[in-house]
Design a protein. Structure first.
Lengths: 558, 635
C-alpha cells in the first residue's frame, strides 16, 4: 500500500492510532474506528486512539466483525498498517465469541468454539475452577452463582464470554418520560440520549441489557438512565457516588418521569428504605463496621427483584460492589460514565461484570451541537512571598504541598478573578478546609464541606439555582455530582496532588450548556516554583488530552 | 659555453642559437633561410638571427600551419616560455609538426616551428616580439552532453578454451544518477543532529570516523551511501565500494570547524550550533571553502591499494591545497547543468592549464610490494592523478552538493591500471572508479564563484510535526527526515513510532548538554504545522528560566573545623570571611580560587588547615594536686 496523504489515520506498531483532525477525511475516519478503538487522548489537532482487547471485544459485542475493523484501518490509514496490528486485531476479535454462555432448559451452559479452547480454559488457574462440570468436549455446566466470576476469569484468560443467557425479569414498573417537566418546561430526550438507551436495551434481546454508556460530563447521562428505565419498565436500583447525587437523581426522576415521589425510595445513611425505584450510594453499600466484617448493605441487591441496576459514574465503582455485581449477572445492568479509564486499571471488570461499551459519542460533536458548554482553562501561577518560600523550602515534602496550596497570595488573585467575572456564577473549590473557610469568610460566600448537613447543602444549592447566591465555596465534596447547571466559572484554589479524575470532575461542574451559549471558565491557582506546579502540570495534561485549550498565566506578567 | 638559468628560460635568440643548438641543428634550420650557409657556428647563428630580424619574423610565423601557430601562441600568451607538450595535446588533440624524424624517432629535419623553440623553450626577446602580432590562442573547451546515456558500455574479453580464441564484447551497465544539490542540504542538518546527539565517534589520531559511526551516518543519509553494501561472494573478491559520503561528512565538518573532537566523540562547535539554524547552503559554502585548504586528510589516502603513503612515499606527495584549487578552478570553467565525462574533465584540467600532480616522486608509492609494484613505472603517476581527481569529485564535491554524479559500480569500471605491476588481484583501483559523469549544480556554480548568489531551490519542506498542547509531538505530516528524528530523540522522549513527548527533565538534560532552549523552540516552530501551544511555550520558558537560576562557580574545598564556634569565628573574621563561607555547623566552603588567600588569612588568624589524618593530642595528665582546667573539644 502506498502513502495516502489525505487519509486521516496513522496506525502505529504499538496499536495506537493517531487521527489527524486537519485531514479532509478525519470525520469519516473517526466514525469508522470509534466503535473498536478507545479514544485515549483528544488534544487539539491530533487524537490518539488505542486498539485494546477491551475495545475490540466491545466492538465485537455490538456486532462488528474483525474484517470490518481491519478494513476500516486500511481504508483510512495514511501509511501502510503495521502487520502486527492486523494480526492483533484479527486475533483479539476472533477470541470474542469463542466462548458463549447460554441458558438451556434452565441450565447455564458455557460453550467453547473449539475443543482446544475448552481444554485450555478448563486448565486456566482462574476460569478452570468454574468449568469443572463438563457436558461434552466443548461445553461446561456453570453454576449460576458464578456466572459473573466466570466472565471475569474468562476476560483475564483472554477469551471474553458472550453472555446470551438472558435476564430474569424484575417487578414491573409503570414509568414513562414526561413531555413537559413538573416545573413546566418542555422536555424531550435528545437524539443521542435516545440512541444510547436503545443501544443498551437492544429491544429487550439477550444481546443487550447490560453495558456501559459513555458520555462527556454535562451531556445528560441521568436522562439516558431515565430513558433506559422507561424501556425496561421494571423496578430499578440506582447506585450513585454521593448523597447529593442521590438527591439530584430523585429530583430528575420526579421532574421528568411519571413516577411519584412515593415510588422513589432512598437507601442512604439517613434513610434506609426500598421502593420500585431505589437510590443509593456506593459509600453506604461498602460500609462495614470493621475491616474483618461483611458489607451488610450489599443485601440491598437482593432486597427486591430488581429488573435494572444503574451504576452512575461506573469508573468509580468500588471493589466490593464489583463482587456483589458478579452475583447479579441475571439482572439488566447499565453503567454510566464520562470515561472508561479507571485509576485502578479495572476496566476489564467493568467489561465483564457490567457489560461492554454500548454507546459513545464524540465530545466535540456535543460541543458543536451546544449540548455541552465550551470551556477555557487557565492555570494562574501565583508567586509566594519570600518568607513563605523559605518556609516551603524547609518543610518536608508532604508539608510543602500544603504550604504551596495555602499560599495567601492566592486570595488576592481570587478577588481579582471574582471582580473580572462579576456577572458569572462562581464555584470556588479547595482541598483544605482551613483554606476554604478563610476564603468563604473573606469573600462572604457560603461554604459547603463534608460537615455541612445535607439539608443545609440543598438549601445553599437551591439559593444558587434561584440566583440569590453568586458564588459558593466548596471543599472536595464539590468534586462529584453536584448539579449546578448555572455555574460558569470554577476557581480551583487547591487540588488533590495529581488526581486527573478530580480535575475532570471539577471541570464537569461547569460544562452544562448555558442558555446564552457563554463559555465556561476554569481557573486553577497554583503557587509558582512549587510542587503544586508539578501536580498541576499532570492535571493540566489530562485536560489538554481531553481536548480543552489550556493557558498558563504568571501573575504579574503582562 | 651553455649557460643555465634556474627557471630554464633563455634570455635571447642569440643565446638560444649559440648556446642551445649545435652546428648540425643550426645548419638544418638555416636551410629555411635560402641563403648560403657558412661553416662557423657563430656565422650560421647570425644568418638565422638575420632571417628572423624585424618584419621577417612575422612572415616566418605566417608560414606556419594553424597548429604550429597555436603552439607559438600558447607560449607567447602564457606566463612561461616553455612549450608544454601534454597540455597542448590535451587542448588540441595532437602535437604540432616539429619536423620529420627517423624510424627511431630522432629528428631528421626540423619544421619552421623550430625557429621559435629551442629545447622546447622560446627565448624571451623573441616572445616579446611575437607578442606584438601573435593573437591569443582560443580558450580550452570542455565537451559536454545535455543528457546521459541510460547505460555505460564496458568492454570485456575472455578466453574461450574450446575455440582457443579471445572473445570480446561490450556489456551495458546502467548508470545511477545521484542529484546532490538538495540531498546535501538535507543531509547536513541530519549529520549535525547526529553529532549533536553524541553518536559520532572519530579516531583522535586520524580523525576518521569509526565503523559504528559510519553505519550510523549511513542510516541518516538520503537513500544511504552511493553504493549499498552487497553480500560478499568470495573473501578474495569483495566488490563493495565501502563508505563514501558517510566517511566524508565527519571529516568535512571537522575541517570546516563545525564539529570538534571531545574525547572520542565529535561535538558541535559554536559555529556548528549556529549552523543548525542557518541556511544550509551558506554552511555548505563555508565547508567547501575550508575543505579546499584543509590538511586534515589527503584524498589520495582513501585509495587504499596505494601503499607507502605514510612511509617514504609521503615525502614525494605534493601540497593538498594547490591540487584541490586546480580541480576547483577547472570546475569553475565548466558550464552548469551539462553532463561531463570524468575522462573529458581530466583532459580539460590539463588543457585549461590547471593540471596538477599528486606526487613528485611516485617511486616510493606502490601496489602490494615496493620493489615489485612501484608506481614510479610508466603510467603510475598518471593513474594516481586521475584517481585523486575522482576521489575529490565523488567523495567531497558531490557530498557537498557541488556536482551531481552518474555512477556505475567500481568493480570493472576502469581497466587503465591493468598494466601496472601488482594490480592483478584488484577488483578496482579505487572505490571511485565508477564515477563516469558529473554535472555542476546551481549550488556548485555559487560555491565555485561562477555565480555571486545562490537562489535556493525550494525544498519540499512540508511541516512534518504537530506540537500538541499535551506536550506530545506527532510526526504524521510529511515524511520525517532523519535529522528531525535525531533532534526529536535529543529533545523529547519517544513514546511510540511517530509520537514524542516533551519532558521537563529531558529538556533540562538537553540544556545541560549545551543546547540552548531557543534551539528547541526554533526547531519546533520551524517544523510544526500548527502554532506552538501555550502550554508547550510555557514549559520551554520554564526550562529556560530554571536553567539559569543555579550557576556553577567552580570548584571549592570543604574545610572542617573542630567545633561550631571555631567555624563561626573564621567565617566571620574580617581577615578570612572574604574567602570562605559557613556550610552547616562545623564546615567552611573555600572557593578554589581563594584557597591560597584563605590559607594566608587563616594563618593570620592563628590557625592552619591540617592535611592528612589529624591526631588529636591527648590531654596532659594532671599533676597531683593540679586544679581541673581541661575541657573537651568537639561537637
Amino acid at each position: 500500500m502506498s502513502v495516502c496523504p489525505d487519509n486521516a489515520l496513522v496506525v502505529q506498531s504499538d496499536c495506537s492510532v493517531l487521527l489527524d483532525l486537519h485531514s479532509p477525511r478525519a470525520a469519516k475516519a473517526r466514525k469508522a474506528i470509534a466503535p473498536f478503538a478507545e479514544l485515549v487522548k483528544r488534544p487539539e489537532h491530533i487524537h490518539t486512539y488505542r486498539l485494546t482487547p477491551l475495545s475490540i471485544w466491545n466492538a465485537r459485542a455490538v456486532g462488528l466483525t474483525a474484517d470490518e475493523m481491519v478494513a476500516a484501518l486500511h481504508e483510512h490509514s495514511r501509511y501502510p498498517v503495521p502487520e502486527n496490528v492486523d494480526r492483533t486485531v484479527l486475533d483479539l476479535a476472533r477470541r470474542y465469541g469463542c466462548v458463549v454462555i447460554t441458558r438451556e432448559q434452565g441450565i447455564l451452559r458455557c460453550t467453547c468454539g473449539e475443543e482446544a479452547i475448552a481444554e485450555l480454559l478448563s486448565r486456566d488457574r482462574k476460569a478452570g475452577k468454574y468449568l469443572a462440570d463438563r457436558i461434552d468436549d466443548t461445553s461446561f455446566r456453570v453454576d449460576p452463582r458464578y456466572r459473573g466470576m466466570l466472565k471475569q476469569a474468562l476476560v483475564s484468560a483472554g477469551y471474553p464470554a458472550e453472555d446470551l443467557a438472558g435476564y430474569v425479569n424484575g417487578e414491573a414498573l409503570d414509568v414513562s418520560l414526561r413531555d413537559r417537566t413538573i416545573s413546566g418546561t418542555p422536555f424531550s430526550v435528545r437524539e443521542y440520549q435516545r440512541q444510547a438507551a436503545e443501544s443498551f436495551y437492544a429491544s429487550g434481546s439477550a444481546r443487550g441489557g447490560s453495558g456501559v454508556v459513555v458520555l462527556p460530563c454535562g451531556a445528560g447521562k441521568t436522562i439516558v438512565g431515565l430513558a433506559a428505565m422507561e424501556m425496561v419498565g421494571q423496578t430499578t436500583l440506582v447506585l450513585t457516588t454521593s448523597l447529593t447525587s442521590v438527591t439530584q437523581w430523585r429530583r430528575e426522576i420526579c421532574d421528568k418521569t411519571s413516577l411519584l415521589p412515593g415510588e422513589i425510595a432512598q437507601y442512604t445513611g439517613e434513610q434506609k428504605s426500598t421502593g420500585p425505584v431505589t437510590l443509593t450510594t456506593y459509600q453506604i453499600l461498602t460500609w462495614r463496621s470493621d475491616r474483618e466484617s461483611d458489607f451488610p448493605h450489599l443485601e440491598l441487591f437482593r432486597a427486591r427483584s430488581w429488573g435494572l441496576i444503574i451504576y452512575d459514574e461506573v469508573h468509580l465503582l468500588p471493589a466490593p460492589v464489583f463482587r456483589a455485581t458478579a452475583d447479579l449477572q441475571a439482572r439488566r445492568r447499565l453503567g454510566l460514565t464520562a470515561t472508561l479509564v479507571r485509576e485502578d486499571n479495572r476496566e476489564g471488570d467493568v467489561f465483564a461484570l457490567i457489560g461492554p461499551k454500548r454507546f459513545d459519542v464524540p465530545w466535540r460533536d456535543l460541543e458543536r451541537q451546544n449540548w455541552i458548554a465550551s470551556a477555557r482553562c487557565v492555570e494562574e501561577r501565583i508567586p509566594m512571598s519570600q518568607e513563605r518560600r523559605m518556609e516551603y523550602a524547609l518543610a518536608n515534602r508532604r508539608a510543602q504541598f500544603r504550604i504551596a496550596a495555602e499560599n495567601p497570595a492566592k486570595m488576592d488573585r481570587l478577588r481579582q478573578l471574582l471582580e473580572q467575572h462579576e456577572e458569572g456564577r462562581v464555584l470556588i473549590i479547595g482541598e483544605y478546609i482551613a483554606q476554604v473557610e478563610v476564603i468563604a469568610k473573606q469573600i462572604g460566600a457560603p461554604l459547603v464541606t463534608g460537615k455541612t448537613p445535607q439539608a443545609a447543602r440543598e438549601q445553599i444549592y437551591d439559593r444558587f439555582h434561584r440566583g440569590e447566591l453568586r458564588s459558593i465555596v466548596l471543599s472536595k465534596v464539590g468534586n462529584f455530582a453536584i448539579d449546578l447547571p448555572d455555574a460558569d466559572v470554577l476557581i480551583q484554589v487547591s487540588g488533590m496532588f495529581g488526581s486527573r479524575q478530580e480535575e475532570a470532575q471539577r471541570l464537569g461542574r461547569i460544562l452544562r450548556p448555558k442558555a446564552d451559549g457563554r463559555t465556561a471558565h476554569f481557573f486553577t491557582l497554583v503557587s509558582c516554583d512549587t510542587r503544586e506546579e508539578e501536580f498541576a502540570h499532570h492535571r493540566k495534561l489530562f485536560l489538554t488530552e481531553q481536548g480543552y485549550s489550556y493557558q498558563v498565566v504568571i501573575a504579574g506578567e503582562p | 659555453m651553455k649557460r643555465y638559468y634556474s627557471d630554464g628560460r633563455i634570455p635571447t635568440l642569440e643565446v638560444a642559437l649559440t648556446e642551445h643548438m649545435n652546428v648540425g641543428d643550426l645548419k638544418k634550420l638555416a636551410k629555411y633561410t635560402n641563403q648560403n650557409i657558412p661553416t662557423r657556428k657563430a656565422d650560421i647563428a647570425a644568418v638565422i638571427k638575420r632571417f628572423l630580424d624585424g618584419e621577417r619574423l612575422k612572415s616566418v610565423w605566417q608560414g606556419l600551419d594553424d597548429l604550429q601557430r597555436a603552439a607559438v601562441a600558447e607560449v607567447v600568451h602564457s606566463s612561461s616560455t616553455h612549450f608544454l607538450a601534454d597540455r597542448f595535446v590535451a587542448k588540441y588533440g595532437r602535437s604540432p609538426n616539429w619536423g620529420s624524424t627517423d624510424k627511431y624517432g630522432y629528428p631528421r629535419m626540423p619544421s619552421p616551428l623550430a625557429f621559435f623553440f629551442y629545447g622546447g623553450v622560446m627565448p624571451d626577446d623573441l616572445k616579446a616580439r611575437l607578442k606584438t602580432f601573435v593573437p591569443e590562442p582560443a580558450q580550452a573547451k570542455v565537451n559536454t552532453m545535455p543528457g546521459l546515456p541510460a547505460a555505460c558500455e564496458l568492454p570485456w574479453s575472455r578466453w574461450n578454451s574450446k575455440t582457443r580464441t579471445e572473445e570480446k564484447g561490450t556489456e551495458e551497465v546502467p548508470l545511477v544518477v545521484h542529484q546532490t544539490e538538495l540531498t546535501a542540504q538535507r543531509e547536513l542538518p541530519s549529520v549535525l543532529r547526529l553529532i549533536d546527539s553524541g553518536k559520532v565517534s572519530v579516531s583522535d589520531k586520524t580523525r576518521r570516523p569509526s565503523a559504528a559511526t559510519i553505519k550510523a551516518i549511513t542510516n541518516v543519509l538520503e537513500g544511504g551511501d552511493y553504493y549499498p553494501v552487497l553480500p560478499v561472494k568470495s573473501k578474495w573478491r569483495d566488490e563493495n565500494a565501502g563508505p563514501i559520503r558517510a566517511f566524508a561528512w565527519p571529516l568535512i565538518l571537522q575541517a570546516g570547524g563545525i564539529a570538534q573532537l571531545s574525547g572520542s566523540k565529535l561535538q558541535l562547535t559554536k559555529a556548528g550550533r549556529k549552523a543548525l539554524s542557518e541556511p544550509t547552503a551558506e554552511t555548505l559554502h563555508k565547508l567547501w571553502s575550508k575543505w579546499i585548504d584543509t590538511t586534515l586528510l589527503d584524498e589520495l589516502s582513501r585509495i587504499e591499494c596505494v601503499k607507502g603513503q605514510t612511509g617514504q612515499g609521503k615525502r614525494g606527495l605534493t601540497a593538498l591545497s594547490p591540487r584541490r584549487n586546480a580541480i576547483a578552478d577547472t570546475l569553475a570553467k565548466c558550464p552548469a547543468g551539462r553532463w561531463i565525462s570524468t575522462d573529458e574533465f581530466r583532459r580539460f584540467v590539463c588543457a585549461s592549464g590547471n593540471d596538477f600532480t599528486v606526487c613528485h616522486n611516485a617511486w616510493n608509492l606502490y601496489i602490494v610490494e615496493k620493489h615489485y609494484g612501484s608506481l614510479g613505472y610508466e603510467g603510475g603517476a598518471r593513474i594516481l592523478d586521475e584517481r585523486y581527481l575522482l576521489a575529490f569529485l565523488l567523495e567531497y564535491a558531490a557530498t557537498l552538493g557541488v556536482i551531481d554524479v552518474a555512477l556505475i559500480p567500481p568493480a570493472g569500471a576502469r581497466s587503465d591500471y591493468g598494466g601496472l605491476w601488482g594490480t592483478d588481484e584488484l577488483v578496482y583501483f579505487s572505490r571511485y572508479d565508477g564515477l563516469v559523469y558529473f554535472r555542476i549544480t546551481a549550488l556548485g556554480t555559487y560555491f565555485l564563484g561562477a555565480e555571486t548568489e545562490y537562489q535556493p531551490v525550494p525544498m519540499a519542506t512540508k511541516p512534518a510535526l504537530s506540537v500538541l498542547p499535551n506536550l506530545e509531538i506527532t510526526a504524521i505530516g510529511a515524511e520525517l527526515g532523519q535529522g528531525d528524528r535525531i533532534a526529536l530523540d535529543t529533545y523529547a522522549i519517544q513514546v511510540s513510532d511517530l509520537v514524542w513527548r516533551l519532558d521537563q527533565a529531558k529538556l533540562l538534560a538537553t540544556v545541560e548538554e549545551g543546547r540552548p532552549i531557543d534551539e528547541v523552540r526554533e526547531f519546533l516552530t520551524a517544523r510544526s504545522s500548527v502554532a506552538i501551544p501555550d502550554v508547550v511555550a510555557r514549559l520551554l520558558d520554564d526550562v529556560a528560566a530554571r536553567s539559569t537560576k543555579i550557576r556553577d562557580l567552580g570548584l571549592a574545598r570543604i574545610v572542617e573545623c573542630a567545633d561550631p564556634a571555631l567555624a563561626a569565628l573564621i567565617a566571620n573574621d574580617s581577615r578570612t570571611r572574604r574567602y570562605c563561607m559557613l556550610a552547616g555547623k562545623r564546615h567552611l566552603v573555600v572557593p578554589a580560587s581563594s584557597e591560597a588567600a584563605f590559607k594566608r588569612a587563616l594563618r593570620d588568624v592563628g590557625y592552619l588547615v591540617a592535611t592528612g589524618e589529624v591526631k588529636v593530642a591527648k590531654p596532659r595528665r594532671k599533676a597531683p594536686g593540679e586544679k581541673s582546667a581541661a575541657h573537651s573539644v568537639g561537637d
